[in-house]
Structure formats: C-alpha cells, structure tokens
Design a protein around this ligand. Structure first.
Ligand SMILES: C[C@@](CO)(OP(=O)(O)O)[C@H](O)COP(=O)(O)OP(=O)(O)OC[C@H]1O[C@@H](n2ccc(N)nc2=O)[C@H](O)[C@@H]1O
Ligand SMILES: Nc1ncnc2c1ncn2[C@@H]1O[C@H](COP(=O)(O)OP(=O)(O)O)[C@@H](O)[C@H]1O
Length: 311
C-alpha cells in the first residue's frame, strides 16, 4: 500500500513597518469622537512579521504572538490582526480559517502603530492566501475601517495623512533619516491621550492645515536632516507629557546628546530623536541608557517600505 502524505496547507509571510509622525496636527474633536488630522507619517525599519497559515475548514481564526512584550498583546478577537482577517473574509465571502502568528518588532502601545502594522500585514497575507483579486485601493479602504493608522502601514514610505489620518498622499523624500527611539515598558492609551488633548485645548480648537508644514516637506525633498529636525511637530505632545511628565527628561537627554530634533512619537510614550547618522543615533541611545531615561532603546532608519510579502 502506498502512503500519500497530505500536502501541507499553504502559508504566507508578510512584513509591515512601524511609524513615526514627523508632524501631527490635530483639530477639534468631531461628533464621531475622532479628531481631524493633518499628519506626515514616516515608516521606519522596525517591522512586524505576520505568518498566515490556512487551517482546516471550520477552525476559524487564531492568533499567537512572539517578541518583546508579547504578553501585553491580546490573542482574541480584539487583536487588530484577527479583526483584519475577519473583515477581509466577510468582504470576499470566504470562511476565515486561518492561524495568524505575529512577531512583534515594533514597541507595544508605544505610539508607533505596531497593532496597525499587524492588521496591514494580515490583510496582505490573507489577500494572497485566499487569492481575493482585490485591488490595492480596496484593501486600503478596508484598512481604514480597521483603524486610522492601518492604511499607512499598508502604504509605507512617507505620506501625508488627512481625515482621521487614513486619506494618504505619498510625499517625496531624498535619502535616509536616522532615528533613535526611547521606549517605555508601560504604554499610553491612544484614546486617553486624545481625551487629555481635548481637556488641554478646550475652547481653543482650530482647524488644521498642511500649509504649516511646508518647511518640513521641503526638508524631506532636500534630504536635509537638520531642517527636518527643526520642523518636527506633535500637537499631542503636551497631552502625552502631562500624562507622563518623566518623558521631558528623556527629551532633554536626547537634546544634550545633539539630536537634530526630538518629539513624542504619535500618542507616545515613545520618544523619537532624529540623528545625524547611524553612529549618532547609537550615541543618543547610549545616552538614554546611561541616564536611565528609557526602558529600552531602538535605533533604525526611515523611510521604510509598506506591507510586503516575504519570499
Ligand atoms: C495618534 C496616532 C497618530 O498616528 O497613532 P498612535 O500614535 O496612537 O499609533 C493615530 O491618530 C491613532 O490612530 P489609531 O490608533 O489607528 O486610531 P484608531 O484605532 O482608529 O482609534 C482609536 C481612538 O483614538 C482616537 N482617535 C484616533 C484617530 C483620530 N484621528 N482621532 C481620534 O480621536 C479615538 O478616540 C479612537 O477611538
Ligand atoms: N496586533 C496587536 N499588536 C499590539 N497591540 C494590539 C494588537 N491588537 C490590539 N492591540 C491592543 O492595542 C493597544 C495599542 O496597540 P499598538 O498598536 O501597539 O500601539 P499604539 O496604538 O500606541 O501605536 C495594545 O495595548 C493592545 O491592547
């Protein structure tokens, strides 16, 4: 009798990047609870890796997680990757029988959109696994429904985000920018930071305009890290600092180490420092470590590519 081994079920691996907001301008809260944004995202070369494996019919979705602080990431239907797989399956009318394995390369709850990167990577992985035939625009529309930052993780590089941050226009850039990140073990909740922003700006809300960032856009086009450093801006920074005052010292240490620009990344609590070179980024990170001003330090560069299938 010949024994035929069952063919292994297919699996697909995808990488998607974390981000830093080079500029984040926030308007007054709207009736839907969201704030209109004008933001300039830059993807950085810290990647989430998602493996999506087809499983037996009727098994449904499952999520497992590895990497730094994996224990903080939910493995149930609240995980953004799980939600991404279910939304895509619903849209294209397939059963979501898939095992998702996430390897975290972006700090958890750090204002660098690691969960959004997982969702974007899952969309690309399941799209390939199920051969959906959806266009990149259709995937991007689905991404935006999952979270304000998910569409950017799909696109990557550098882009201007408007609306909730999900309407994207790619931005021209030259060269590579070097970053050091001071990461805290205890994250900050994005909705809590937006709520503190509302308290701090009560009655003084203004409409946000891209015009304020022309210097930043020119710096990107010229590949001028000094000008970029001077133009970095985050409207959520006062809110994040009021929730975590110790971040001010982290910023001061980076400035003393000669960082070209220092800001809270998105809703925080990660502090991002723009450096002159890779060597200089390592030196800024070493200062944070020496001063005990971070729980961990990460050095990388941007812009990085968006969600991409791995061979
Ligand atoms: C602040 C930013 C900057 O890029 O990112 P993080 O730094 O957290 O990664 C984003 O605006 C976060 O985007 P994301 O984390 O995808 O937001 P969502 O899941 O869609 O929304 C979470 C909550 O944040 C608030 N929210 C989000 C986006 C927005 N434009 N206005 C808001 O007020 C809302 O309270 C919402 O319920
Ligand atoms: N795939 C995921 N990875 C990380 N966190 C997730 C994920 N899905 C849901 N979450 C929840 O979202 C919170 C914030 O996620 P994360 O994307 O890491 O940070 P931020 O929103 O600050 O960029 C986490 O604390 C966690 O409870």
């Amino acid at each position: 009798m010949t024994h035929l081994a069952a063919a292994p079920l297919p699996s697909v691996r995808v990488r998607a990047p974390g981000k830093v907001n080079l500029s984040l301008r926030v308007g007054p809260v709207q009736e839907d609870g969201y704030h209109p944004l004008v933001t300039i995202f830059q993807a950085v070369a810290l990647y989430e890796e998602v493996t999506a494996r087809q499983v037996a019919a009727g098994s449904g979705v499952s999520v497992t997680v590895d990497g730094p602080h994996a224990e903080l990431v939910p493995c149930d239907e609240t995980n953004l990757a799980w939600r991404a797989a279910e939304s895509l399956a619903r849209l294209v009318g397939v059963e979501p029988d898939v095992a998702l394995h996430l390897v975290k390369g972006v700090p958890v709850a750090g204002g660098m959109a690691g969960g959004s990167a997982d969702a974007a990577a899952t969309l690309v992985a399941c799209d390939a696994l199920w051969d959906t035939g959806l266009s990149r625009e259709e995937l991007s529309g689905l991404a935006a429904e999952l979270g304000a930052d998910v569409a950017f993780a799909l696109l990557g590089h550098t882009a201007v985000g408007t609306g909730r941050g999900h309407l994207l226009t790619p931005a021209m850039t030259r060269g590579e920018f070097h970053w050091a990140f001071a990461v805290r073990d205890e994250g900050l909740s994005t909705p809590a930071v937006y709520r503190r922003f509302d308290e701090l700006t009560a009655g003084s809300g203004h409409d946000v305009e891209l015009a304020e960032d022309t210097g930043l856009m020119q710096a990107l086009r010229a590949g001028d890290a000094h000008a970029l450093g001077a133009a970095l801006h985050n409207d959520l920074e006062p809110a994040a600092l009021s929730l975590r005052p110790d971040l001010e010292r982290t910023q001061d240490v980076a400035r003393d180490a000669g960082a070209l620009g220092v800001l809270v990344s998105g809703s925080g609590p990660t502090v991002a420092a723009l450096a002159r070179s890779r060597q200089h980024a390592l030196a800024v990170a070493a200062s944070w470590t020496a001063e005990g001003a971070a729980d961990s330090v990460w050095c990388t560069s941007g812009p990085a590519h968006g969600a991409r299938l791995l061979p």
